[in-house]
Design a protein. Sequence first.
Length: 204
Amino acid sequence: MRDARAMHTRTAIIEAATAMFVENGYFATGVRDITARANVTSGALAHHFGSKEQLFLTIFDKLETEMLAQAHEYAQNISTYSWASLCGGISYFLDCATKANFRHIVLIEGPKVLGWEQWRQLEEKYSLGTLKGLLETFMAEGIVKRMDSDYLAKILFSCIIEAGTLIAHSPHGERARAEVSICLFTVLSGVCREQGDSSHLLPT
C-alpha cells in the first residue's frame, strides 16, 4: 500500500511538472506551482526528486528513453538492415521534435536548463553509442560504406540533433519537419551503398 501511494505521488509530480514546463517553461515554474498542481507537499517533491532540477532531469530521461525505445521498434518494424530501417528510427526522432513534451523539454528547455555542454553530453549518452553500433552493423551488412565508425557516428549524430533542434524551434513545425527531413535524408544517402525510396518516411 505504501509503495503504491509513493508511486502515485511520484507519477503525479512528474505529470504536473511536465505539463507546467511545457506550458510556462522551466524557469517560470516554481516548486510550489508544481506541488499545487500535483496536490502534494513540497516535502514530497524533495523526498522523491531532491530538487526541481533533478525532477527536470528525471523527466528528460523518461522522454529520451521512451523516444529511443519507440525509434528502435519503428525501425525494426520497417525492415532489417535496409535503407528504410536506417532512416526509420531517425524519422521517428524528427516526429518527436514536433510533439509538445519532447519538443519543449528535451530540445528547447534542455539546453537552457542544463547548459549546452551538459545537454550535448546527455544526448550523446543516450544516442551516440547506439548510432555507432547501428552504423557498424550496417557496414557489415553492406548497406553503409566502410569508414571510421566513430567519426561517422559523431558527424551524423550532430546532423540529426541539429535537424531536431531546427524543427523544435520553427514556428511551422510540420512544414519544417518535411523540409529538414529531405535535407537530412539526402545527407544520409551519401554514406549508403544503395538507397531505397524513403518518401514514405516524409510527412505529406
